[in-house]
Ligand binder design. Structure first.
Ligand SMILES: *Cc1c(COP(=O)(O)O)cnc(C)c1O
Length: 457
């Protein structure tokens, strides 16, 4: 691309040109992806309202059944574009249906039993059998996991080493600083990860209370080497707690909480676990719980305080009613269904399927002449792919046409290069359900959309 400022400006603002409808980038600052789109004649297409009368929905489903070009891949859900972003992801029908459970008391025995089973199931998902490990499920999104770490494991003035592989490390660092933690970031060039010798050097220069690593940075598709990092920390700085942001990895990347000696793995319900958004899910080691219990100051959050949540989680797991703040019975039931499905098959098989799907996507885009942000194979995530667009093409040139083909991708998220790439999520039922064709459809749609705007492989 030309580096003339006017040419750059032109590229950035081409979606604002008067002959094209306004379409914002999917960035943390503007997430409206499909405000309005145009059909081939340039008319504005309005997307269907989310709330449809039941009868209309039924008619539509009947109509879909007789249309041969509408494959029966979307199960019993109303026909909709395949959501192929790195979370939220497509739902399994049963997960979705668990949410339409009648209203029930959050301290009633049926719900308490379900919550208890969820906590036990999470131990299996994170591969921990150590009874000292403590799972927490709290209403909130993945971000609340950062707050929980900052408010419970750190005290103001503590030092944290944050390994940076993209946007999410900046935000985790910002969160830690909000709680008075002193943060040192170790940054890698875009698409790469900090190398072990650099981490070792940093650990020897200063004593850190925690080190944080983003297992999969969703802004770059970079996979971190969590196991090797944890080994390094335990060798060089054994008192430092190993904190893993697994929001985009738990459920699609291998994680062995006990074997890898991890102290915190935090995640959210809506990424590879395949639930609706709304739950912050965390596993904390016995060692980290001891650090928490030895605090000199009280936790710096009220809602996120483990002092408040620990007895609740312990009681729920023992199937005893307990109350600190009202959980969401519907979301917890959805998580119960999704965990039951995930754990009904060997986890190794689930990870292998995600790897195979990822390889298929990565091969297809590379055969088509496209490059990934994560250029080294060992750095590449298995649940998503961040793809550079050809020169001169930006996300607003392809996202609307992808949507018209029934596929939703995400735009760029890394500040420095947001207008140069798109993100393709391949997690959960889109990978594991053999009846779904989401991934192949997405690959084909991406190729066609690029050809439409003038790209030739
Ligand atoms: C999505 C994501 C988050 C933030 O989770 P929210 O549920 O959006 O709050 C944090 N870290 C990573 C790696 C993520 O992918």
């Amino acid at each position: 691309m030309s580096s003339r400022p006017s040419a750059r400006l032109d590229l950035f603002s081409r979606h604002l040109a008067p002959n094209k409808p306004f379409l914002e980038l999917n960035t943390p600052f503007s997430t409206e992806r499909a405000a309005h789109l145009e059909d081939p004649q340039g008319n504005i297409i309005r997307t269907k309202p989310a709330q449809q009368p039941a009868i209309e929905q039924e008619q539509e489903q009947k109509a879909a059944q007789v249309q041969p070009e509408e494959p029966a891949t979307m199960s019993s859900q109303p026909s909709h574009p395949a959501l192929m972003i790195p979370g939220p992801i497509e739902f399994d029908d049963a997960v979705l249906q668990s949410m339409s459970h009648f209203s029930e008391s959050h301290v009633g025995q049926p719900f308490v039993n379900i919550f208890g089973e969820v906590l036990t199931g999470l131990r299996k998902l994170f591969q921990t059998t150590d009874p000292a490990s403590q799972p927490f499920v709290v209403s909130g999104s993945g971000t609340l996991g950062w707050d929980q770490v900052a408010a419970n494991l750190c005290e103001p003035g503590d030092e944290a080493l944050v390994l940076h592989t993209g946007y999410f490390a900046d935000s985790f660092a910002d969160c830690l600083e909000t709680y008075g933690v002193k943060v040192t970031q170790l940054k890698a060039p875009i698409g790469d990860r900090p190398q072990l010798d650099e981490v070792e050097k940093a650990l020897k220069e200063k004593k850190y209370k925690i080190i944080t690593v983003t297992h999969v940075d969703t802004s770059t598709g970079v996979l971190s080497e969590v196991r090797a990092l944890s080994e390094l920390v335990h060798r060089v700085s054994p008192e430092t707690l190993v904190v893993v942001d697994g929001v985009c990895s738990v459920g699609c990347e291998e994680i062995r909480f006990d074997d890898w000696k991890l102290d915190v793995v935090l995640t959210a319900s809506q990424k590879a676990i395949g639930c609706p958004a709304g739950l912050s899910i965390i596993m904390v080691s016995g060692r980290a719980m001891e650090v928490f219990k030895a605090r000199k100051t009280r936790p710096t959050s009220y809602f996120g305080s483990w002092k408040n949540w620990l007895p609740i989680m312990q009681n729920y797991e023992a199937k005893k009613p307990s109350y600190f703040a009202t959980p969401s019975p519907q979301l917890v039931r959805a998580l119960h269904t999704s965990l039951t499905q995930i754990l009904s098959r060997p986890l190794e098989q689930r990870f292998a399927e995600h790897k195979a799907a990822s390889q298929r996507v990565k091969k297809a885009i590379s055969d088509f002449g496209l490059k990934q942000l994560a250029s080294k194979p060992e750095n590449q995530a298995n649940g998503m792919t961040a793809i550079y667009l050809p020169e001169g093409i930006s996300p607003p040139d392809v996202l609307p046409s992808l949507l018209k083909k029934g596929v939703v991708f995400a735009g760029g998220l890394h500040r420095d290069i947001a207008s140069k790439y798109v993100r393709f999520g391949h997690m959960g039922v889109s990978v594991t359900d053999p009846n779904r064709t989401d991934i192949d459809k997405a690959i084909e749609a991406l190729k066609e959309s690029l050809v439409e705007v003038g790209y030739s492989a």
